[in-house]
Design a protein around this ligand. Structure first.
Ligand code: SF4
Length: 306
């Protein structure tokens, strides 16, 4: 605790977010979310691999992503960990699969690399925990998010090396599939994967890894960034690593032990896609966070004063 006074708006914003969370139809929302694919598997090694592939290809329209993942997993077969033990066989099964810049060949290398890390370290989680311990030791003077980022970079490097998933070459797919977290990007897909693995099992997240949820950073895409600005949780102009840290710090004022617990329900807010980010009575109608939206501040104050 720093002893610094929390901003005056924190109470109402927290209450609004808690209410959104409580009212979220988790089961229905999960069914439409890419995390649902990992829940289909019984064994942790399969869940890790399927969650990794699902998060890494989570680009674009969610319906298309789900259709592509259905096809991908059907090709891989009922036991992904067994399939990933055989890179040549997996490449054959995934020949012809494509989603945006990613080819089946890229997914095969990602999964085979991840499987080799599982075999060497016991699980992807064990490797990540080891990377985090190393980073905490070697970079003790740096911030929490810098150490998490360094651990994630080491973990990605291990998977890349084990699967032969190169970062250079004529196509963008291999580099883009497992992004370089050392860059300025917000790294939404990898932070989403970490949330699935680390947050306690709650019907959405899987709670497979032994890492404190307090260490997580919220996965920020353009919609979450826009919403964070509308709630006064971010002042930065675009999504980036620094924006991610800023939003997570704001959410940590509401729950320091589990700042990313609001992410799933916020992602599934019905208005997220149509939010105009300005006062627009028609488009804002029914928005669950309207009472704390900065664009409707005067109205909320008026209602309060009446
Ligand atoms: S009230 Fe309107 S502008 Fe504010 S977050 Fe909701 S939809 Fe967006």
């Amino acid at each position: 605790m720093t002893g610094r006074k929390a901003p005056r708006r924190d109470g109402p914003v927290k209450a609004a977010l808690d209410s959104v969370r409580e009212r979220c139809d988790t089961a229905a929302r999960r069914a439409a979310d890419p995390v649902s694919f990992a829940h289909r598997y019984e064994h942790d090694e399969d869940r890790e691999l399927v969650a990794l592939a699902s998060a890494c290809v989570a680009f674009g329209n969610v319906k298309t992503i789900r259709a592509k993942l259905e096809d991908l997993l059907a090709r891989i077969g009922p036991v992904p960990s067994r399939a990933a033990d055989d890179l040549r066989g997996l490449r054959r099964r995934l020949r012809g699969w494509k989603h945006r810049v990613f080819l089946g060949e890229d997914i095969a290398r990602l999964l085979a690399g991840a499987r080799r890390v599982q075999r060497a370290d016991g699980s992807l989680g064990a490797r990540f925990e080891a990377e985090l311990l190393r980073s905490d030791r070697e970079r003790a003077s740096e911030s929490d998010d810098a150490r998490l980022r360094d651990a994630l970079a080491g973990w990605c490097d291990a998977i890349r090396a084990a699967g032969g998933l190169g970062r250079t070459g004529p196509r963008r797919g291999p580099a883009h599939l497992l992004p370089d977290v050392r860059g300025p990007s917000g790294n939404k897909r990898l932070l989403l994967f970490l949330r699935w693995m680390i947050r306690p099992a709650d019907g959405v997240d899987l709670g497979l890894w032994n890492v404190a949820p307090a260490r997580l950073l919220v996965p920020v895409d353009v919609h979450i960034h826009k919403l964070a600005r509308n709630l006064g949780l971010s002042s930065r102009p675009s999504p980036s690593w620094r924006t991610t840290v800023e939003i997570t710090k704001a959410l940590a004022r509401f729950d320091a032990q589990d700042p990313t617990k609001y992410d799933f329900s916020l992602c599934h807010l019905g208005m997220l896609q149509r939010c105009p980010s300005r006062r627009d009575a028609r488009r804002c109608d029914g928005c669950a966070v309207m009472p704390v939206c900065v664009h409707w501040r005067d109205r909320a104050r008026k209602i309060h004063d009446e």
